[in-house]
Design a binder for this molecule. Structure first.
Ligand code: FES
Length: 352
């Protein structure tokens, strides 16, 4: 096939200029410019069937990218997050992570590979010599760049290669869906779950250190005991979510020292149970001053008076710690007499 058969837009327009040897070495230019080697046409430049084959390869890569993105979305929805698989030679890995990584990697790789193959086989490969020039571009240069860009777009044959254009836009349009799908991790919405805890009538108060149900005699005057609801174990998947709402502080006061009437009614022999979660931004409270009956949140120093309904006496917390009404069951164990009557933790949940 002769050069007359080469599509006109693929002919190297600057061929003669680009191949010219510019200078020989002299005093002003000590290094001779060797020019460019003779231009060699690619098979795709002279054989339209080869060009079509390349076009199909590029389209295939973009299509695989689209399928991989769909696979990413399907994997995200369908694969349980706790399922693991054995992958040689890595070993056991999360099936979901493996599928997401594989599909997203394939989608991105195929877009890149398709673009590279397109550029190497179908776009113009004319050698161009570009002389050094001042950094600031003159209006003429900008006009030239604009013209070059249009020429490049023409030479890429994006207008003529409809299959490539369609599949490329499809692949580029689908890839961002992977990121959109990840927004699902922001949900589901909490609904009313933050207004309720595991505490319910008859639930035993279990010591968080010993994991044993508490009796009144286990709570000494002046001590601070942390408790959780019976049945809540650390091995449970939702343990952290539930303990973050249900954690209790148990303190025994002299009934005469309890100033708040409701607090006294909701106590048992001076034993009171308050939420351990600070009403400012939710830190666990742990510092108890037994002489004053104050508890201090270590995060921003909110201080609550446990002898007076756990009202705030210092710091940024917006309201008192919720109290849990407690009693004793027939076997002598401390038990809850219901759930908290208000949401535990930061006050902003009440404003929603
Ligand atoms: S979280 Fe307790 S004072 Fe800020």
């Amino acid at each position: 096939m002769s050069s007359q058969d080469i599509p006109e837009e693929n002919l190297p327009a600057e061929q003669d200029h680009a191949h010219a040897a510019v200078t020989v070495a002299d005093e002003k230019n000590p290094f001779a410019d060797p020019g460019l080697p003779p231009h060699e046409h690619r098979i795709q430049d002279i054989d339209e069937r080869a060009a079509k084959r390349s076009e199909r390869v590029v389209a295939l890569l973009f299509t695989v990218s689209m399928l991989a993105t769909v696979g990413f979305i399907v994997s995200y929805v369908a694969i349980p997050h706790d399922k693991s698989i054995f992958v040689f030679p890595i070993g056991h890995v999360s099936a979901l992570n493996f599928a997401l990584g594989l599909t997203l990697g394939t989608a991105l790789f195929c877009i890149g590979a398709g673009a590279v193959h397109w550029a190497r086989t179908l776009m113009s490969d004319v050698e161009v010599a570009d002389e050094r020039h001042a950094i600031a571009a003159s209006p003429e240069v900008r006009a030239q760049v604009h013209a070059d860009f249009k020429q490049g777009a023409k030479e890429s044959a994006i207008g003529r290669r409809g299959l490539i254009r369609t599949t490329m836009f499809g692949a580029l349009a689908l890839v961002p869906l992977s990121g959109v799908m990840l927004l699902r991790d922001l949900g589901p919405l909490p609904g009313t779950s933050l207004r309720h805890t595991l505490w319910a009538k008859g639930k035993l108060l279990v010591n968080m250190n010993t994991n044993q149900p508490l009796r009144p005699e286990d709570v000494a005057v002046g001590s601070l005991t942390f408790a959780k609801p019976e049945g809540l174990e650390e091995a449970q998947e939702d343990f952290q979510n539930e303990i973050a709402k249900a954690a209790l502080m148990i303190i025994r006061l002299q009934p005469d020292n309890i100033k708040d009437k409701r607090e006294l009614e909701w106590s048992h022999q001076g034993i009171v149970a308050f939420s351990k979660i600070c009403t400012h931004v939710g830190c666990p409270i742990s510092l108890y001053e037994q002489q004053t009956h104050h508890v201090l949140c270590p995060c921003h120093q909110s201080t609550f008076d446990l002898s007076d309904g756990a009202r705030v006496i210092f710091g940024p917390a917006g309201h008192a710690l919720p109290q849990l009404r407690i009693g004793v069951n027939d076997e002598g164990y401390l038990q809850a007499l219901g759930d908290f009557e208000e949401p535990v933790g930061p006050a902003f949940w009440e404003r929603g």
